[in-house]
Unconditional design. Sequence first.
Lengths: 562, 364, 194
Amino acid sequence: MSSAISELQQEASHAHIHPPPQGFIAKYVISFDHKVIAVQYFITAGLFFVLAGLLAELLRAQLTQPHNTLLSAQTFDEAYSIHGTAMVWLVIIPVLTGGFGNLAMPLMIGARDVAFPWLNMFSFWLFPPAGILVFLSFLYGAPRAGWTEYPPVSMETTGTALWCAGVFLIGVSSTITGINFMVTIIKMRAPGMTWTRMPLFVWATLVTAFLSAIATANLSAALAGLFNQKVFGVPFYDPAHGGSAVLWQHVFWFYSHPAVYIMILPAFGIISEILPTFVRRPIFGYKAIAYSSVAIGLVSFMVWAHHMFTSGLAQWVQLPFMILTMAVAIPTGIKIFSWVATLWRGKIRLSTPLLFTLGFLACFTFGGVTGVMLASVPADIHEHATYFVVAHLHYVLFGGSVFGIFAGLYYWWPKMTGRLLDERLGKWHFWTMFLAFNATFLPMHWLGLLGMQRRVSYYDSQFHSSDLLSFVAGTNLFVSISAFVLGASMLIFAYNALRSAKAGKVAGPNPWGARTLEWMTSSPPPYYNFAEIPIVLSGPYDYGKPLPYANISQDLATEPVA
Amino acid sequence: MNQTRKPPLLDMEFWSVTLILTVISGLLMWGVVIFPIDQYLAEASSVSKDIDFIFRFMAFFGVPIMVYVIGYIVYFAWRYHTRKGDDLMAVGSDIHDQPALETAWTIIPSILMLILGVISYVVLPKYYMASAASVATIEVIGHKFYYEFRYPGLSQSVDNEMHLPVGKQVTIDLTSTEPDIQHAVIHSFWVPEFRVKQDMIPGMIVPIHITPTQIGTYRIICTEFCGLGHPDMVGKVVVESQADFDKWFADQRTAQAGAANQKPIAFTRGDAAAGGQTFAAKCTVCHGTGSFDMRKVGPGLGNLFHDPNHANLVTGKPANDADVADIIEHGATGDLGTMPNMQVNGLTDKDIANLVAYLESLHK
Amino acid sequence: MATHALQVSDAEYQEVRSHRLLGFLFFLISDSILFCSFIFSYLYDRSASPMWPPAGVERPGLYLAAVNSIVLFGSGVTMHLAMEAWRHANRTRFTQYIIATIVLGIGFLSGQAYEYTHLHDTWWGSVFGASFFTLTGMHGFHVFIGVCFLITVLLQARNGVYDQNRYFGLTAATLYWHFVDVIWVALFFLFYVY
Ligand code: HEA
Ligand code: HEA
Ligand code: CUA
Ligand SMILES: [Cu+2]
């Protein structure tokens, strides 16, 4: 045993500590430090989240009445397009990869930083200009065709060019981050951290990084094609000149379906960290969870056409896509069931991060089941492009990704800032958000099934029977009011976050009594993360056994603060 | 021998909770079975019932999944959470694998998905496979922001209101175009009560098959964003008895007979020179002006009106103005392939007349 | 810079080198996906079209392209020889071969420029032109970047940035150059032959 350790020790001694940067700019602006970059991502994406959320509230304000004149059709269309674009590319993806990936992954593998700190800085600095370009398009007539921007109709707005440029930049940023993270995880794990000793968040980040690096290049190509058609008239997607409108849908979804797993796998990873910590027992089915992430990642490349079941695909093309889409439910189910089983016979501490985790499990499972309802081609033919899809996507994106993000924020906040968030406010935040979320998005399912299509600023003409119309109008009003409450629930978090800077309890290195490596150093960690590179002797979740690390001062696993 | 027996991993309380959850999901599943979908949304076509069956099936197995997942989360969280005074460093069970259980929860969803796949597979062809029973082909063309319907036998199209005889299968050819095809965008054709939806895509014709089964008036909704008028793009489909339909059709005929452009397209004499230009621009992609056998994509058209070896057109009708115009207007699908209709080729009625004149002038 | 090749220990250099090599390989994979995506678009448009190239469009001439391909593949050979020379510590040979590669690369670009200016079809004129100019243009851009890369490598080699055991920049340039060659094989087949 000891000879094995000394071997690892030797491996660990290679990495030496670089001197910390000096001066404000080097420390906080053009920073190469993964922890600072993570915070930069959080702050920037947080701003975009407020903007995109306020756009959503505008949408809901318009829809309180069947024929509201609050917004013009044009403003409404621009609002949901930028809402979707911003939420997907400027909030969820940057937060989950750039934010949490940067914050936790290098610490969790016991590295001093990512493989290419300079590229990491560069990826981040592509992000603000990308967001600015997307929002700037409002000045020139923002795109109106949704976050999917199907041509030919997307060719009608000038802002489409800016939109393409913005999303292109964020895509490049995401590709670079993906490559960076893959190399980091493959090459820079602490000595002794074999694949199956990797924390599950790292597994999730690895698969996500793979998807980012592969699929996003395809997005870049699609966007370049769209941009060239808009600006130079190159007829890739132009049916009037021999191109095909459906082609865009293929290349767009070939990226964007893997992208929805880019948006959920890291959240899965966060959940997998929080559960064992607060249940205080090993996670159930470590390998099954890890490998099912890989399976989901691979299958995700072969299901894209499920977004195009009504676009005239031949039946023999639809079938394999349907079957493969349904197949994704199986590895995902394995994860869900393993998480639920982890709760069994634990010593469960119902702190805020765990509450958000449980909220995630409930909402995401529901969103997944409606996803399967969309996967069946005949059913999708009825449901496609209605509020049923809008409901599904919010259940997985909000109920999944956003709940996961908040769980992660409450969990890693002390690591990031050195102070805890207030538990009581956190619980208020959770319960208002959870209830308002379901009240907002659950009714959308039947709105869609009854005939409300998406992307409409008024809906009085398609419900010709007045009974139906008043039912639909009532439901929409209820949805809108819930959406306002949902927005307000975010204020609790904002207040909590600001408050913690002054009044938050000082956290100490390991406030939750967790066992992964990021807790084995001070909060916030020093510039170089670990004084000595830690050595890993077994897996991360064996609660009740001594910590499996060498080169770490053993007094770090302090009493938790519940 | 004297070893005290370990308490079972799953105690009475666990099984009682499981029983309660089973009862709850049983009740909800029963609710799914008896839920009267058609009271909320009429099942007005032959596929409606099948699709509602699929939907019901999915909701039926979705219910227990949700009930058990949420039920156990709530139960475990309540049962095992630490209370005041508990040791916060205590740890829970160390069971982290249970192959039998894990196999079960891999296999059960797989089987469910397989069944769902098979059911979907069985229902799916009903949209796509035309039966011989199809009584007519109606062309539906999406415009900004209305629907245009072209009935065989009517020289003019009808806008926004479609009439169908009840109980008869019709084929609907969907496409989208604008006078200037540059401005054509994707629309969609959705009749919620029929459970039928299909995008209308410029440059593509997609046929679907509908058999309306209930008399009534339903809405046609455009679900694909097509511009600022997208919410306005709502049409009507009137399903009526054969007698009513015939009457409507006859009325249309008479009404159109009184209209300015009363002659069917083919009987307007066109301008052969202009037709030649149109031909060069739009048709030479697929047709040359050689003999029938000199094919590009479609047959050579040089001898169209005078070919002793091919007295009849691909439609089987003799080569005369009206029937050639008909092919150019509606396109044709046969052994040689598919010829697009006038919308796809971007032709006006006048163009067709010119083309016919031009084709006639070819062989002299 | 702390990572300057000559200031770090051998073990550390090897580690950094392995990171960069892996990162560079992932970059190449990602880059080839970019090409694959446009190739998919090309094949899709092609399969949806009744005849190919579309009516009124002519394929660019095979002859010029074939000559140009030989120039490009020749540069692949000289690149390979340059690396061999480096490994055998033959600096003069190395410099000669690198310069030959650069010249051939520029030759290829000139050939392409000539071809572009003598075609009737345009980028926006047809779906064929759209794919042709996008893909070969992207490829040409890669060659251009490759030439710049090689010039940099040449200058750095002369300034003593690399030594006999530490020459990641060279390795990357070689990989990149061969990658660009391989892409050309696919494009040549698609646009001039198939
Ligand atoms: C992660 C992604 C994400 C998230 C979090 C959300 C969040 C919300 N979404 Fe979004 N949505 C999408 C992704 C997302 N959406 C996508 C991809 C589409 C498709 C777009 C398309 O058609 O192309 C869509 C479309 C979409 C539609 C359909 C538009 C249409 O088709 O016509 C609607 C309508 O109700 C809607 C509503 C909302 C609401 C009310 C929220 C709320 O949950 C938002 C709550 C958040 C905030 C409000 C921000 C926090 C604010 C503060 C802290 C300030 C306080 C504010 C107040 C008191 C009001 N969304
Ligand atoms: C985080 C993002 C995310 C995630 C994870 C998913 C997950 C899934 N999605 Fe979703 N989807 C979106 C985001 C996401 N989706 C968005 C944004 C859109 C709209 C895009 C637009 O048009 O704007 C969309 C649209 C969309 C469509 C197209 C609808 C249409 O436009 O017609 C389809 C169709 O198949 C679909 C299916 C699925 C399926 C099968 C899953 C599966 O991965 C779900 C798997 C999970 C479960 C099934 C739950 C857990 C499993 C169990 C508990 C086991 C037992 C379960 C069963 C046996 C069923 N989604
Ligand atoms: Cu037509 Cu929407
Ligand atoms: Cu998808």
